[in-house]
Design a protein around this ligand. Structure first.
Ligand SMILES: CC(C)(COP(=O)(O)OP(=O)(O)OC[C@H]1O[C@@H](n2cnc3c(N)ncnc32)[C@H](O)[C@@H]1O)[C@@H](O)C(=O)NCCC(=O)NCCS
Ligand SMILES: Nc1ncnc2c1ncn2[C@@H]1O[C@H](COP(=O)(O)OP(=O)(O)OP(=O)(O)O)[C@@H](O)[C@H]1O
Length: 225
């Protein structure tokens, strides 16, 4: 088994990269997808979220009103922590379960764990390599406004809820520059996948996840963050 963590700030290009890796034969475990599954109507985690945040975060049909919840949690660190405490243990449990099930069927699988909050949570997984999709916050803010119809304030609030680009790069074994044309990024991914198949890992002893800081206070971030 080979395990790769694919992380990056919001709108950094992770999904574009993981779609290509799936085409190449990797098994993708997508944390955002699992996070959506656990808040479907009838699930325990959704009930707990309603108990904590109130009926206002539900749509009329009983599904989660994602924008209403996003407006609350991405503007208040305590509320975000409360949501994370309700969702992250279950996301971690399902992730482990998926890895174990896949391993039974395919012990040689190349796993790619698409995990946006790896640096934030210092998630305790043992990866062969950590790949970071990297684009400056300004570029990602524009993408969120253009592609996802967010206001500048909404986009900035999401970016501010995450660690800086610099902190993410500190835990990287491989940095993937996603400001380049997508075809260049795909070519880079294809080359790295060949390397993985050969079992030739880029992990450097000098990159130590354990010594990376967890956050840089907002006021100390540089404009490139
Ligand atoms: C608040 C919610 C409902 C907003 O939903 P929405 O559809 O607008 O966003 P979506 O889930 O598609 O996430 C998009 C991106 O937002 C960022 N993001 C999401 N949750 C968080 C969080 N808790 N902290 C920081 N960034 C986050 C990530 O970069 C993610 O890729 C949703 O993000 C959520 O339930 N978050 C808590 C679960 C979680 O932490 N998910 C992240 C992966 S583990
Ligand atoms: N070189 C590139 N590599 C990857 N994505 C790129 C590149 N250039 C532009 N993009 C664009 O960046 C946008 C964000 O990409 P994507 O949806 O893959 O990000 P993401 O990290 O999965 O987002 P989220 O954090 O919301 O899950 C997409 O519109 C994608 O087309």
């Amino acid at each position: 088994m080979t395990t790769i963590a694919l992380t990056g700030g919001i709108a950094s290009g992770k999904t574009t990269i993981s779609n290509r890796l799936r085409e190449l034969g990797a098994v993708i475990i997508d944390a955002d997808e699992i996070a959506r599954e656990i808040v479907q109507p009838g699930k325990r985690v959704l009930r707990e979220i309603v108990d904590r945040f109130g009926q206002e975060i539900l749509n009329d049909d009983g599904t989660l009103n994602r924008k209403a919840l996003a407006d609350i949690v991405f503007n208040d660190d305590d509320e975000l922590r409360a949501l994370n405490d309700l969702t992250h243990p279950e996301i971690r449990r399902i992730t482990r379960e998926r890895i174990e099930t896949t391993l039974i069927d395919d012990p040689d699988a190349i796993f790619v764990h698409d995990i946006p909050l790896l640096a934030e949570n210092r998630s305790n997984y043992d990866y062969d390599e950590i790949w970071v999709a990297d684009a400056p916050a300004e570029v990602r803010r524009e993408r969120l406004m253009e592609d996802r119809g967010m206001s500048a304030e909404e986009a900035q609030a999401r970016i501010d809820a995450q660690v800086s680009d610099e902190e993410r790069r500190m835990i990287a074994d491989v940095v993937i520059d996603t400001t380049r044309p997508i075809s260049d990024t795909i070519e880079h991914i294809d080359e790295m996948f060949v390397r993985l198949r050969l079992g030739d890992f880029a992990a450097s002893d000098e990159v130590s996840y354990d010594t990376a800081p967890i956050t840089v206070p907002k006021e100390e971030r540089t404009s490139e963050d």
